[in-house]
Design a protein around this ligand. Sequence first.
Ligand SMILES: [Zn+2]
Length: 468
Amino acid sequence: MGKQNIKANIAKHREALEKMALDIWAKPEAGFREFNATKLQQDYLKNMGAKITSPVDVVETAFIAEYGSGKPIIGILGEFDALPGLSQKAGLTVQDPLEPGAYGHACGHNLLGTAGVLAFAALMDTMKEENLPGTLRFYACPAEENLSGKSYMARAGVFNDLDCCLTYHPGNQDAVSGGSNNAYTLMEFYFKGIPAHAGGAPWLGRSALDAVELMNVGCNYLREHIIDGGRMHYIIIDGGMAPNIVPATAAVRYSVRAPKMDQMQDIVRRLILCAEGAAHMTETTMTYSVKSVMHNMMPNYTMNEIMYENLCQVTPTEFTDEEKKFMDDMVATYAPEAIAAACKQYGFSPAELEHGMRMKPVLYGDKSQCGGGSTDVGDVSYITPTAQFTTACAPIPVSAHTWQSCSCYGTSVGTKGMIRAGEAMALTGYDLFTDKKDVIEKAKEELKADLDGATYTPIPDDMMPYYD
Ligand SMILES: [Zn+2]
């Protein structure tokens, strides 16, 4: 009975879901096009008897699996998209892409989503066996990287009746962080000029590329006068066709981030002024388009504490000699300073590491701290109390979005971290469905106090998923 039952059910699903995670890793898919991953996960959960729906018609690969009825309604979030240009062979400690320039699972979403499937499966089995009341849901959320699939799901209202939510991300330690991260906008600016022979009659031309460059100069001056923690980064996505033709079109893609939504929106407003100024200077025209918006994360200490408590109860992982050697070799690809810096960030000494791993779970950080990145989990965290944590799926100091992380997330080191994550979420869900229901009310009160009257702002009705 109880948590032993959860552990037994984790063991039952373990092998099939380790295989699923590695299958998804081997076929990395772009955001909104995770057709293989969504099918694997839907089929697995459907076979178990979960009710599967696809309630967000503009987001084809999203689905919801549901079991049970009544209150509480507890959600588990998953993701499964990969990153462009980060293809890498698994288990290697040298950079060697499977296919140069192709997508790769360098953010470990192959593990992220499958950990959610595992948690759902083990909890569903246990709820059935013990006849537990309540509703369990798994949300398969596409396009987390840059494109914010969850904001389309949130606009459709699919998170509104949740009592609370659990989610996880692969990382390099078992940790629950109390810190937040940045609100985010991805947008593109398009300039239109007049083409001309760049050698023969440049005075007839109006260069759209000049406008992009002047806008970027404006942005780089703007940097000094935005808040600490604000960020702007860009790439030029259209710079003209040939140097001897004055570019008639040019375009630039920007990411804008800041710790809070209103701060981020104000930087966006000023960036648009830079773009308008550049158009004015060059006698070109400018239009822009917002591609994605993510809310900053609302950390919830009440949810974090119950998550941490359960992370500490997870079955410990044993590594084989081969896995230990792989981790040692991977750590050796980094300078000692990088290892020391990562340990300092988490507040422990490098001497505590074994093969780059520190397996003791840690609860760290507070709401005043804001990581530089962003996630569309932020959107969900505005709607319902949300716990988010990491497990070590790669040794310290491997960070996500690198060839090293892609290599680790395709191995058994990665899947062992995923199993711990699935177990931690299932154990937490069990508590929330049984004798710790009061935690949910406390978590809701905490979120209400932190929002202080602010509400979730869905993306505009006419915004549609963006395919890179
Ligand atoms: Zn990620």
